[in-house]
Design a protein around this ligand. Structure first.
Ligand SMILES: Cc1cc2nc3c(=O)[nH]c(=O)nc-3n(C[C@H](O)[C@H](O)[C@H](O)COP(=O)(O)O)c2cc1C
Length: 176
């Protein structure tokens, strides 16, 4: 039996601050992905870890982007995105695509990529795999938008390699 909170369900003595919420969520370990898309015909990428499989029937994937990111603006008019799941030795790519580099080809300088056969978005061949999605819904929530994608296909790259893991504000050391 659940004992009711003395002040009623959902009652807190004060609101949780943004910083407290951020600190709490640091404890949730996640994988790391690079979302790719195209803008004016040029490739664009950003690092993200808010990737959620919403459903398997039909296969549906969710990503959450802050409204201040450039990619958020691009996905408002793009039809699709690709989620490249990173391997444990790809921390450098996570860091590169989290940085605000100039948009366009130079963002990918020295990074091997191939166009997805399904969407044409960049696929990172040294990642674990790439998931192509068509954007089905855009749901604004506070300062983020949830982009719900219908999965169009999965391109295996290095399936079986260990995933890159992010926890407590840092990447897990390789091979731990
Ligand atoms: C490990 C990690 C995970 C991140 N996850 C997200 C995320 O889920 N959503 C988001 O909007 N930004 C996320 N970011 C921040 C973006 O990568 C960063 O703001 C980036 O500069 C946005 O690029 P853009 O302005 O070109 O879109 C993450 C950064 C790191 C390092």
């Amino acid at each position: 039996m659940v004992t009711p909170h003395p002040q009623g369900p959902g009652t807190l003595h004060r609101p949780v601050t943004a910083d407290e919420h951020r600190q709490a969520m640091r404890h949730l370990a996640t994988g790391v992905a690079v979302l790719t898309t195209r803008h004016d015909g040029l490739p664009h990428a950003m690092t993200l870890n808010t990737v959620l499989s919403v459903s398997t029937r039909p296969p549906t994937l969710l990503v959450s982007l802050g409204t201040q990111s450039r990619t958020h603006g691009i996905l408002h008019s793009a039809a699709c995105y690709t989620v490249n799941i990173l391997a444990s030795d790809q921390r450098h790519l996570a860091e590169r695509f989290a940085a605000k580099r100039p948009m366009g080809m130079s963002q990918f300088d020295g990074v091997p990529w191939e166009p997805s056969p399904i969407t044409g978005n960049p696929v990172l061949p040294d990642g674990l795999l790439a998931i192509d999605c068509r954007i089905g819904r855009r749901i604004p929530i506070a300062d983020h938008t949830l982009f719900i994608g219908d999965v169009l296909g999965v391109t295996p790259a290095r399936t079986g390699a260990a995933p890159l893991v992010f926890a407590c504000g840092d990447y897990e050391p390789e091979g731990r």
